[in-house]
Ligand binder design. Structure first.
Ligand SMILES: [Fe+2]
Length: 160
């Protein structure tokens, strides 16, 4: 940990840095899954889904930046290389069963749901550690993730 004049106790900062780096790895994993969907989707809804998946990607890129910079603000080091993300990510591998819109909608909505759950746990964990700012950051991320889950999942909901 680096020295900082930030007044949060060091043992809080250490745990929050660990939490931010754990979710950073997940977010980097999620971002590559958005691009995987963006590139490979095919079918009659191609252009709508191709563009939607890229919009999700853009927001996930912001979550990555928020998480990495929060870790550094608290005196930590952001661990944001692809290799460390691959090692640390807790998300399952991107699981599209085929190239169709519904294959990718199913796969990406599962990834968003898994990440949203982790972000919500991040709110609780940060609140327990009495770091309201990181809790707020996770709230922003989980609110955004829930919105994108809705946008993606809505493509399947009329069929049920
Ligand atoms: Fe593109």
């Amino acid at each position: 940990m680096h020295k900082t004049k930030n007044d949060l106790p060091q043992q809080v900062r250490t745990q929050v840095v660990e939490l931010c780096n754990a979710r950073l790895a997940d977010a980097i994993d999620l971002q590559t899954q958005c691009k995987q969907a963006h590139w490979n989707v095919k079918g009659p809804d191609f252009i709508a889904l191709h563009e939607l998946f890229d919009k999700v990607n853009e927001d996930v890129e912001e979550y990555i930046d928020l998480l990495a910079e929060r870790a550094v603000q608290l005196g930590g080091t952001a661990e944001g290389t692809v290799r460390s993300a691959a090692k640390r990510s807790t998300l399952p591998e991107y699981a599209a069963k085929g190239p169709t819109g519904s294959d990718h909608v199913e796969a990406l909505s599962s990834a968003l749901a898994a990440f949203g759950k982790l972000a919500r746990q991040g709110i609780d964990k940060s609140s327990e550690l009495k770091d309201a700012d990181t809790a707020d950051l996770f709230t922003e991320i989980s609110r955004g993730t829930d919105k994108w889950l809705w946008f993606v999942e809505a493509h399947l909901q009329a069929e049920r």
